[in-house]
Design a binder for this molecule. Structure first.
Ligand code: X8Z
Ligand code: ZN
Length: 619
């Protein structure tokens, strides 16, 4: 989420401290006045003060731009972002002066964080920060104002999301999918320029390229982080392949061989989501047959119980209050944008803000009353919860333990909030289904949570390749589809035009928000959940556990949240879970009954796909 740190628009100050990654500078030449520990502290105080002021100002400009996109607000946000960006690059460089000074651990960590805080650093030369800010504003505006005309109606992305979620006609889903992806074609030139600027900025800070800088935020080296993501993927991939196999077979039964063959990859537009990243919207197509099933459809229940967007957000707030947290401030309800305004262009992609780093919490979203957004509002308020919990920390620690933690807080809450027991407590369903609904329920959750994993990884795999130069502009689109095929096992609904720039049709590419965070979050989410349920003394099947109302769990959760980024992330993880490493066994434990069931269903199927099968049509 882009704006979770105040200055994120320009600075994307959302990374954790690398222990080994900071470039080592030579000691000052003999004779120069050596800086002292007191100088270091004074420097951190000054840098924090000035950066905070610049980032608060930039956040106000960003807020106005994202909730009212015009030529003028684009100019304002680009300028405010450029100023804050340039300032942060100056401080990041100055911090290196203290590399050889003996300082206390707190100051050392702040110095280290200062060097990697800006994930979109501008080159340190006149005009570069402004050029970068202008490009960022243009790309973000192309994305936010993109539309497609479907059945004679001009639709924005939030409406197209609903359309692709509910369409069951492959000709129509192809049309929606292709028209949305066409909005990104004009982005490519700017994207090439931005890549060069970010690399130059990152190199100025001592990193190989911008991808290495992004990977430096995890208390380990960039290479160690890349290896960690590969290891985690290898642990969860077999389960993903089982899910893919089952879903492909059901889509083949529904649409026939000509639309969805029995073997090979899945056609991306048939999965109910523009990027094929979450598949829960087509749960009804894959639901187990022959039994009573899940017994309810959350979207229909929300409609039947007359939920509106504000009530959805209030429901998420109530979940956190039940754990012992304070209600959101009055200003949240006055200042947030919860629905798409009728009379102006806005950036609808949901984000959570803390504009003054104190208590000016806001949500910016275009909430629709459906199951996806029920989860999303819990996700967003999770960001606000974290922002508020660490607001007593020094400025440079006011951040998630790493960016994956920031994304996982609300996902953990959302996982509790989806349980039938909790939905019954809310009055959203009339009775809790029996044991026979466990497999349908796990399948529904996996269609979102597990289907997401390869997408969560490949978005930054693509950017790491782009930043390193391994992929050149001529191959941007081919490399994107190679990765979509390799990791997700999906293909586009038809040949792509030679000038297509399909990565740009995803928000986080167009707005330069790092994405590995969401991959990590889907793993932490289940670790948090398993630990919370253990703390709550839950004895039944894990998928039925909800810690709603449990103040002891809330208090322990708060301990982790309040730490912000003051300690390496394993310490924050341990504070809540007692575990000090990221661990895919939690997600495996949660879904174990479903995996057994899927293996049974898939008997006789040829699961998997040729990960390197490249058809010329896809170039
Ligand atoms: O961007 C988001 C949030 C804001 S941080 C709505 N998410 C990712 C996405 O939409 O692609 C949440 C899930 C993944
Ligand atoms: Zn988020």
């Amino acid at each position: 989420m882009k704006r979770l740190f105040l200055s994120a628009a320009a600075l994307a100050l959302a990374a954790a401290a690398p222990v080994h990654a900071a470039p080592v500078k030579p000691a000052p030449p003999a004779g120069a006045a050596a800086p002292t520990a007191a100088d270091a502290k004074a420097f951190i105080d000054r840098a924090s003060r000035e950066l905070e002021a610049a980032s608060i100002f930039a956040a106000h400009a960003d807020w106005v731009q994202e909730t009212y996109i015009t030529v003028d607000t684009n100019i304002l946000t680009a300028k405010a972002g450029a100023d804050a960006n340039a300032l942060s690059v100056t401080f990041a460089k100055e911090a290196a002066k203290f590399d050889h000074v003996q300082v206390d651990p707190v100051t050392r960590r702040q110095l280290t964080l200062l060097k990697i805080a800006n994930q979109l650093p501008a080159p340190d030369r006149p005009g570069a920060a402004q050029e970068e800010g202008d490009i960022e504003a243009r790309l973000s505006t192309l994305y936010s104002t993109g539309t497609a005309t479907i059945d004679g109606k001009v639709l924005h992305l939030d409406e197209l999301d609903d359309a692709i979620a509910t369409v069951r006609d492959p000709a129509k889903s192809k049309d929606i999918w292709e028209k949305w992806h066409a909005i990104a074609t004009p982005m490519k030139g700017d994207y090439v320029k931005l890549t060069a600027l970010l690399n130059e900025g990152a190199q100025g800070l001592g990193y190989r390229d911008a991808g290495a800088l992004w990977r430096a935020g995890y208390d380990m080296t960039p290479d160690q982080f890349a290896a960690l993501t590969d290891k985690l993927w290898s642990q969860v991939k077999p389960f993903y392949v089982d899910l893919h196999c089952y879903v492909r077979s059901r889509l083949n039964q529904k649409y026939g061989d000509a639309v969805q063959p029995k073997t090979g990859p899945i056609r991306a537009d048939l999965l109910g989501n523009m990027w094929a990243q979450e598949w829960g919207n087509i749960y009804d197509e894959v639901a187990p047959t022959g039994g009573p099933g899940l017994g309810y459809d959350l979207t229909k229940q929300l409609e039947a119980k007359a939920y509106d967007p504000v009530k959805m957000v209030k429901t998420a707030e109530n979940f956190y209050i039940s754990l012992g947290f304070d209600p959101w401030p009055k200003t949240f309800w006055e200042r947030s944008m919860i629905v798409r305004p009728r009379d102006r262009e806005v950036q609808c992609h949901a984000s959570a803000w803390d504009v003054d780093n104190k208590d000016d919490l806001r949500l910016k979203a275009c909430v629709h009353v459906n199951a996806d957004d029920f989860f999303t509002v819990h996700h967003e308020l999770g960001h606000n919860l974290y922002q508020r919990a660490y607001n007593k920390q020094p400025f440079l620690f006011e951040n998630g333990a790493n960016d994956g933690f920031h994304e996982a807080i609300g996902d953990f809450a959302g996982l509790n909030a989806l349980t039938p027991g909790y939905l019954k407590q809310l009055g959203l369903i009339d009775k809790v289904p029996g044991d026979e609904a466990d497999i349908p329920y796990l399948l529904k959750v996996a269609m979102d949570g597990v289907a997401f994993l390869p997408f969560g990884l490949l978005v930054d795999k693509w950017r790491w390749e782009v930043f390193s130069g391994q992929v050149t502009p001529a191959d941007y689109n081919k490399a994107w589809w190679d990765l979509k095929l390799k990791y997700q096992g999906v293909v586009p609904p038809g040949p792509r035009p030679a000038d297509a720039f399909d990565p740009g049709a995803k928000n986080h590419i167009a707005t330069s928000v790092p994405y590995a965070r969401y991959f990590l979050a889907r793993i932490y989410e289940y670790q948090f959940y398993r630990a919370a349920c253990r703390e709550a003394g839950w004895k039944g099947p894990l998928n039925r556990c909800s810690v709603y109302g449990n103040k002891a769990v809330g208090a322990k959760f708060a301990k982790m949240l309040e730490m912000g980024q003051s300690k390496p992330w394993p310490e924050a993880l341990a504070a809540f879970t007692g575990e000090s490493d990221i661990d895919a066994t939690a997600i495996a434990d949660y879904f174990a009954p479903l995996d057994r069931w899927l293996k049974e269903q898939n008997k006789g199927q040829q699961c998997g796909w040729d990960e390197t099968m490249l058809k010329p049509a896809r170039s």
